[in-house]
Design a protein around this ligand. Structure first.
Ligand code: ZN
Ligand code: ZN
Length: 463
């Protein structure tokens, strides 16, 4: 729409009408009409969400502009490949977003151009990962004994559980999918958090949609402003007992951001390596998260208009994490003052979460982090990054395996960012439950340098 407005100013309305928008949720007829208009040249440009990646048959364009790194090299090449006709040159431009991963990539183009398409990281034996796959497979064809081997050793004990949850039913011909809806929609991959919360319009009783239980406290708490399919609603009440959020259509001049507190407990340390005096660990943790309040922020300016307390119960997640600790002696040697440590560790945590998707094919929303100046289980300043999936999905483990590269890239991204005190391109995070406070960019650089000094990462010393 903005492109149309600008074009109308610059070139008149006839030209403005020759660009269009495309996003998920369009009907197949609408998609086909857009494709035809683009092929025939009637449309000169199309602004699209990632839905275009697979949803629309478009190729042979002159140029593709990518607004932000799409998350994987596979998606990047898929999208860039929309440009180009046989025998002719084509243009694909990646425009970096405010994100530490994008910052790193524009300073290190080799990590895009000299690399193979990534291998997918997923712990296939994790029941939370496996269950949706089994359901989707059963929805295609009933699962028989001979299929079980294909899905690995966790399959046999999981099937009776899925039957108890009413998702599959065992019959002589195998396990059948019991629901009417598509399995991919019905089985929440982030699962384990309880029933999805229904979003219901309070006055009409109309069901607008659902949000998964894991994110309901954050997105549809009482008082939240919630966007749903382009409309704005205000949550009148979140009823956890009935798993329903009652909403009214509204047009408030503000958005809301939930604030939460997160603590983490180490249950088991599976692996541990020493990086000089510092240590790097991988193991099982229990994460306790509680949404405690929300901020109202004025639209456009983001100015905070006030904070409202919430009374929501804490939730726990047992998962896998990678964590690193440094010693007080190291901090002293690096000249990092005790009062700088919380901001330094928090900033390093944010940036490392932003960079992990480069090494473990995940979304930054699939992982979380906690930084603690003195953690009761380690007795040291500690930064944790954990899998957001119950039981872990392999992302933290990949972080542990490639820790030198991962944390080295984290340091490089922060160092390369041209801001003075930290910005969304390096250490600020859109999902911070603490309103991005405190953050210390210079401290994070010193902290990561001292950590990496003990590793043998190529290039770590030179940065
Ligand atoms: Zn920055
Ligand atoms: Zn944070």
């Amino acid at each position: 729409m903005i492109a149309q407005e600008r074009l109308a100013e610059a070139a008149g309305y006839t030209t403005a009408r020759r660009v269009a928008a495309y996003r998920g949720g369009y009907l197949p007829e609408e998609r086909r009409a857009l494709e035809r208009a683009l092929h025939s040249g009637q449309l000169l440009g199309l602004a699209a969400t990632s839905a275009l990646e697979l949803g629309v048959d478009v190729a042979g364009l002159d140029a593709v502009l990518l607004a932000g790194y799409p998350g994987t090299r596979a998606s990047l090449w898929q999208q860039a490949g929309r440009a180009g006709r046989s025998g002719q040159g084509a243009l694909a431009v990646l425009i970096a977003r405010d994100d530490p991963l994008d910052t790193y990539l524009v300073h290190h183009p080799d990590s895009l151009f000299r690399q193979p398409v990534e291998s997918t990281v997923l712990d296939p034996d994790n029941p939370h990962v496996l269950a949706p796959h089994l359901c989707a497979a059963a929805a295609e064809l009933p699962l028989t004994d001979s299929d079980l081997e294909l899905f690995g050793p966790s399959t046999a004990p999981l099937l009776p559980q899925l039957e108890r949850r009413g998702l599959l039913r065992q019959r002589p011909g195998g396990y059948f999918w019991t629901r009417r809806e598509r399995a991919a929609d019905a089985v929440d991959i982030r699962g384990g958090g309880g029933d999805p919360v229904r979003i219901v319009e309070a006055d009409t009783g109309r069901l607008l949609g659902t949000v998964d239980a894991g994110s309901a406290h954050t997105s549809v708490h009482t008082g939240a402003v919630h966007l749903h399919q382009g409309r704005t609603y205000r949550v009148r009440e979140l009823d956890l007992e009935d798993s329903v959020a009652l909403v009214d259509e509204a047009d408030p001049p503000y958005s809301t951001v939930a604030r939460d507190t997160t603590s983490i407990r180490v249950l088991d340390t599976d692996r541990e390596v020493a990086w000089g005096e510092a240590t790097l660990c991988f193991g099982s943790v229990e994460v306790t998260n509680q949404v405690v309040s929300f901020l109202k922020r004025r639209l456009i300016t983001g100015e905070v208009l006030g904070e409202t307390k919430l009374d929501l119960p804490p939730r726990t997640l047992r998962t896998r994490a990678v964590w690193w600790c440094v010693t007080d002696g190291q901090l002293e040697d690096a000249g990092l003052l005790p009062e700088e440590l919380p901001g330094a560790a928090h900033a390093a945590e944010h940036a490392s979460i932003g960079l992990l998707p480069l090494f473990a094919t995940c979304d930054r929303w699939d992982i979380g982090g906690v930084s603690v100046p003195l953690h009761p289980d380690t007795g040291l300043p500690t930064v944790f990054v954990y899998d957001g999936h119950p039981g872990g999905a392999g992302f933290a483990e990949r972080g542990f395996q490639r820790a030198e590269e991962w944390l080295g890239a984290t340091l490089a991204a922060i160092t390369a960012c041209e801001c003075e005190r930290g910005c969304p391109s390096c250490i600020q995070s859109p999902k911070c439950g603490n309103g991005n406070e405190p953050l210390d960019k210079g401290g994070a650089i010193r902290l990561l340098r001292l950590l990496l000094a003990g590793s043998t990462a190529p290039g770590a010393e030179s940065m």
